[in-house]
Design a protein around this ligand. Structure first.
Ligand code: SF4
Ligand code: FES
Length: 247
């Protein structure tokens, strides 16, 4: 495949940045999107040019690092797919592909396609944990959990913290991410000890970090590569209201 890439290049956070166009020839349709970028970068380095900075780690859909807009869609055109799991066979020979970083106040661009997502780490540090002493690992059947709760907690725990929900939301709301983290613990016995304080602290931290509010457009759910349900936001709002009443 021969492609034209329009890639956002930005030297640092304060640089204005802009699109640079590259022709990339001889791309196999079996390559992943990131492998295609590896080829581009090898060629740029061979020419003595600066390679495109982009984030990646696991390359198998579990770390949440490979965040970028591809043709205006977070993680590209395929539903429920991270950029690292997107393959070039979903594009056509001769395509022009536009690639941009996440754009949100809470995620400042560090360089090119790399953004600073440490705001998410700070939200997790404010309450996304359990501090009960669990002792040695117990047999799974020692703590009976209703199947629907286990299923919902497991689905919420699938969030990989990629930030596509924020970047796709017109309000840059982090509510899908935060609600997934609150839900996975609120639904399980292990998460009950700090349940109320967790909801208060994580919501307060989310606001402090500059993320916007939810106006129910649902774009976060559509963009999420792990298909986290927007119902988690309803649960988070319930948790937050109860915590305010009871704390
Ligand atoms: S809710 Fe989905 S889109 Fe948002 S951070 Fe988690 S996995 Fe990414
Ligand atoms: S590189 Fe880890 S999810 Fe894509």
């Amino acid at each position: 495949m021969n492609l034209t890439l329009k890639v956002w290049r930005q030297k640092n956070t304060s640089d204005k940045g802009g699109f640079v166009t590259y022709s990339v020839e001889g791309i196999s349709e079996d390559m992943s999107f990131l492998e295609m970028f590896d080829v581009l970068n090898e060629r740029l380095v061979a020419k003595g040019e600066e390679p495109v900075a982009f984030d990646h780690d696991c390359r198998e859909g579990i770390c949440g690092m490979c965040s970028m807009f591809i043709n205006g869609r977070a993680h590209g055109p395929n539903k429920g797919t991270t950029t690292c799991q997107l393959h070039m066979r979903f594009f056509r020979d001769g395509d022009t592909i536009t690639v941009e970083p996440w754009r949100a106040k809470g995620f400042p661009v560090i360089k090119d396609l790399v953004v600073d997502r440490t705001a998410f780490d700070r939200i997790i540090a404010s309450g996304g944990f359990v501090s009960v002493s669990t002792g040695n690992p117990k047999d799974a059947n020692n703590i009976p959990i209703p199947k629907p709760d286990a299923d919902d907690a497991f689905a919420a725990a699938a969030c990989i913290g990629c930030g596509a929900c924020v970047a796709s939301c017109k309000n840059s709301s982090a509510m899908l991410f935060v609600s997934a983290k609150i839900s996975q613990l609120a639904l399980l016995p292990q998460g009950q000890v700090e349940r109320r304080q967790r909801a208060l602290n994580m919501v307060a931290k989310m606001d402090e970090e500059g993320f916007g509010n939810c106006t129910l457009t649902g774009s976060c759910e559509v963009a999420c590569p792990k298909e986290i349900s927007i119902l988690n936001i309803a649960r988070m709002n319930r948790e937050f209201m109860l915590a305010n009443l009871l704390e």
